[in-house]
Design a protein around this ligand. Structure first.
Ligand code: SF4
Length: 346
């Protein structure tokens, strides 16, 4: 199928505010028009320049001819009974990513993708099954957040960068996207309401630390020794646990945020009392909290332990003095849970 010609134009969200002002100046427009355009894009989440009602028709036509206002086309939308929504979003070149909205009380969290596919290829994850196709552009990352706002008709309260892809392999586009989403003049979300999840890419964690932004960091650890972790993450993309923890410690010192250790509980693999003791030791050393995730059905043979076993594992962590939460599974009826997102563009 031919890509939509409108999607070939550059997305206006690739411009900084100053670049937008310069564009308007070149076209003989007043500088305040830039504020009006940003308001429509980031406060009203509009998809079409024609909806920018306070702009003159000629300016709307110029914008229409030069840019597109939105980079995604929803190809499929699924809703689960627990309120979780999953979109299959088609990009300008016909590739697809998935985006998930998770509702919990007053909290509306959007889980966004940063890559089409993933080169890390964790064995339990559908996103990495076919390797990496390409990085998302910053506007394609931002538009997933705005898509969730359009659906809710309100601003999302939290963003988790935990969808398809390894975010720290695409910092080049993720960083400008997050800066814009946190900018008071644009989307204006508190940096503390954003969590970046990584499989443990050490140079990327150090880079984030040096930026000193208060974004939260979650490390997908899933194993407490090298031998165990080797069975989950192929060699090429796996950093030693000690190095990951040292980078994580550096990040929490520089950014003053408590890290989270994500731990997918895999039946008979990493759910023993000895695993719990080792995990508690690592978390306490790092002053990290632990998020236990009963493994979601995915491409590997691994399955989750029973819920009561997960609760016992959590209790062992607590008895050992570690802070641990057990994630309630959301969206697994529509394959929207961790490790289940995939390209699905057929
Ligand atoms: S879990 Fe994350 S890092 Fe691992 S393959 Fe999936 S998307 Fe990539």
């Amino acid at each position: 199928m031919e890509p939509d010609s409108n999607l070939i134009l550059p997305n206006i969200k690739l411009l900084t505010f100053a670049e937008l002002q310069a564009f308007l100046h070149q076209h003989g427009e007043a500088a305040y028009r830039a504020e009006q355009i940003w308001h429509w894009l980031y406060d009203k989440w509009i998809n079409d320049f024609d909806e920018m009602r306070n702009l003159p028709t000629a300016l709307r036509q110029t914008l229409q001819a030069e840019f597109r206002a939105f980079s995604l086309r929803v190809k499929d939308k699924q809703s689960a009974t627990d309120g979780t929504v999953k979109w299959l979003c088609e990009l300008g070149d016909g590739l697809c990513v998935e985006t998930v909205l998770i509702r919990s009380g007053k909290r509306n969290t959007v889980c966004i993708s940063t890559q089409v596919g993933c080169q890390v290829r964790c064995v339990f994850c559908a996103s990495g099954k076919n390797g990496l196709k390409r990085n998302l552009q910053s506007c394609e990352i931002i538009d997933q957040v705005l898509l969730a706002c359009q659906c809710l008709q309100e601003k999302v309260s939290n963003i988790v960068v935990m969808g398809m892809g390894e975010p720290l392999h695409n910092l080049e586009n993720l960083l400008p996207a997050l800066e814009l989403l946190c900018s008071a003049e644009a989307f204006g979300l508190s940096a503390r309401n954003i969590t970046i999840s990584t499989s443990g890419i050490v140079p990327g964690i150090k880079k984030l630390a040096e930026l000193q932004r208060p974004w939260n960091l979650a490390i997908s650890l899933h194993a407490t020794n090298e031998e165990q972790r080797r069975q989950l993450i192929p060699d090429a993309q796996r950093y030693p646990i000690e190095e990951i923890l040292a980078a994580c410690q550096y990040h929490s010192q520089r950014c003053n945020r408590m890290p989270t250790l994500e731990y997918a509980l895999l039946q008979g693999f990493n759910d023993s009392a000895q695993d719990a003791a080792r995990l508690a030791r690592l978390a306490k050393k790092l002053h990290a909290k632990i998020n236990l995730i009963p493994c979601n059905p995915g491409p590997s043979k691994h399955r989750a332990p029973t819920f009561s076993h997960c609760q016992r594992f959590q209790e062992l962590l607590r008895q050992a003095g570690a802070k641990a939460t057990l994630r309630v599974r959301k969206g697994d009826s529509i394959q929207a849970a961790c490790g289940q997102l995939q390209e699905r563009n057929q």
